[in-house]
Design a protein around this ligand. Structure first.
Ligand code: PEP
Length: 251
């Protein structure tokens, strides 16, 4: 089970040190990890290397993933960060297609698919976000939104598999109406997503399903269901390391 802490554009060096000070007090990380419960931290780009260094120093077995990357390999893309650079920092993976990237920065399904292909080619684990808006939810045809977002990505995953890639891919169902709103999806909603992914794209696609949207240690206890969710992507709540700890005690 993966627990992804998406810090978004928050934290700085001092805050990272304090955060890790709290997590370092817990002695069970190695055991949790051995049982398949892993914490993934997604800091802003400037702190990736610093965080990796701090984790090594403290011997904390967390994974570090980026919040985004460029769809192009290299070249004249001012302000962008490439898959090779993430690889060079020895990162484990990258979050792709977060709804904030889609809504605020114009990312399309095609961009997300291209980034997924590139991530897989560099053995970076893609965590691909998808999910409907409130308006799309009202239309009742919202499963088509999931299909539209995932189909081009899944095509790239199939191509990568055909060329021998075994890098896992995770899909994070993040309904836009649940992100940062305090409204979590119900377990039945998540089961519906899992069923649709299995029907449309097969078992590999649905078995790596994560859920994100106003998760905290309280909602988590209701949403953890083995066989339905492979983990959670958490924004606001996981800025507090005490909530991270309380959540791991619930798993
Ligand atoms: C997110 O940013 O992906 C997210 C799920 O945020 P929050 O947990 O704050 O709703």
């Amino acid at each position: 089970m993966l627990m992804v802490a998406n810090w978004k554009m928050n934290m700085d060096r001092d805050a990272i040190v304090s955060y890790l000070d709290v997590l370092s007090k817990e002695g069970r990380w190695a055991r949790w990890c051995a049982h398949g419960y892993r914490l993934l931290l997604a800091p802003p780009y400037p702190y990736l290397d610093f965080l990796m260094h701090e984790l090594r120093e403290r011997e904390l077995p967390f994974w570090v993933v980026a919040q985004n990357m460029c769809a192009h390999e290299k070249g004249a893309y001012t302000g962008e960060v490439s898959a090779d650079m993430l690889r060079d920092l020895a990162l484990n993976g990258v979050i792709l297609g977060h709804s904030e990237r889609r809504r605020l920065f114009g990312e399309t399904d095609a961009h997300v698919a291209a980034k997924t292909a590139l991530a897989l080619s560099r053995e970076l684990v893609p965590i691909v976000c998808f999910g409907e808006t409130e308006e799309e939810r009202q239309s009742k045809d919202y499963p088509r939104v999931w299909e539209r977002q995932i189909a081009p990505v899944w095509k790239e995953v199939q191509k990568a598999r055909a060329s021998g890639s075994e890098t896992p891919v995770y899909f994070a169902y993040e309904p836009v109406w649940a992100i940062g709103t305090g409204r979590t999806a119900a377990l039945d909603d998540i089961r519906e997503v899992a069923w649709n992914l299995r029907e449309s794209f097969g078992h590999e696609c649905s078995s790596g399903l994560l859920y994100g949207g106003s998760v905290n240690d309280e909602s988590l206890s209701v949403l953890v269901e083995k066989g339905t969710v492979y983990g959670f992507l958490v924004g606001g709540a996981f800025l507090d390391p005490e909530i991270v700890l309380r959540s791991f005690h619930l798993l």
